[in-house]
Design a protein around this ligand. Structure first.
Ligand code: XMP
Ligand code: MG
Length: 179
């Protein structure tokens, strides 16, 4: 059995988001940023952040799907969803729930850069820094977290636990003692 153990409470997450929102608001005064995030994990963060930002902005969500589902992993990823093909004139801010090895974000940043935005920055709520293999820039960082599997606040394990308002570490529950 797996059991979620509290890492950061909803209140702690909110305080850090307020700090992030202040940093972002300061940098995007008189701009009209496009916030883009990858579903599903970041939908909770996106929803809370935009309401703290109190800044005129647009949002966009994409899904990533890997193709080449054969026996050999192609490592290629395709972006699906509502993203316009050109980002010219747009100040794009990527909203990530969690950066782990950095592979997803590295791919996504390359993809966005090809669409020639005016600017491209990253806001990540949770940075699992000890796991990084692909260096990626994080302009606005919420928490640095240890190498553990976390759930809640939009993050799942097998589609479970997304609804938990706190961030939890998913642990194996001790076997009940046998008589
Ligand atoms: P990479 O390695 O590409 O991974 O940076 C990023 C994506 O992997 C997922 N991920 C997690 N999901 N708990 C989760 O629920 C975790 O601890 C975790 N670590 C990585 C997530 O989808 C993220 O966007
Ligand atoms: Mg994600």
């Amino acid at each position: 059995m797996k059991k979620p153990r509290l890492l950061f409470s909803a209140e702690e997450i909110k305080r850090v988001e307020e700090r992030l929102a202040e940093e972002i608001r300061r940098d995007y005064q008189n701009k009209y940023p496009l916030l883009v995030s990858v579903l599903k994990g970041s939908f909770v963060f996106m929803a809370d952040l935009i309401r703290l930002l109190n800044l005129p902005l647009e949002v966009e969500f994409v899904r990533l799907s890997s193709y080449g589902k054969g026996t050999v992993t192609s490592g290629k990823v395709r972006v699906t969803g509502g993203l316009r093909s050109s980002l010219k004139g747009k100040d794009v801010l990527v909203i990530e729930d969690i950066v782990d090895t950095g592979l997803t974000l590295k791919f996504f940043l390359d993809y966005l850069q090809q669409r020639k935005p005016t600017s491209l920055k990253v806001c990540a709520l949770f940075d699992k820094a000890p796991r990084r293999q692909f260096p990626v820039p994080i302009d606005y960082r919420g928490f640095t977290i240890p190498d553990a599997f976390v759930v809640g606040y939009g993050l799942d394990w097998d589609e479970k636990y997304r609804y938990i308002p706190d961030l939890c570490i998913l642990e194996e529950e001790n076997e009940p003692e046998r008589a």
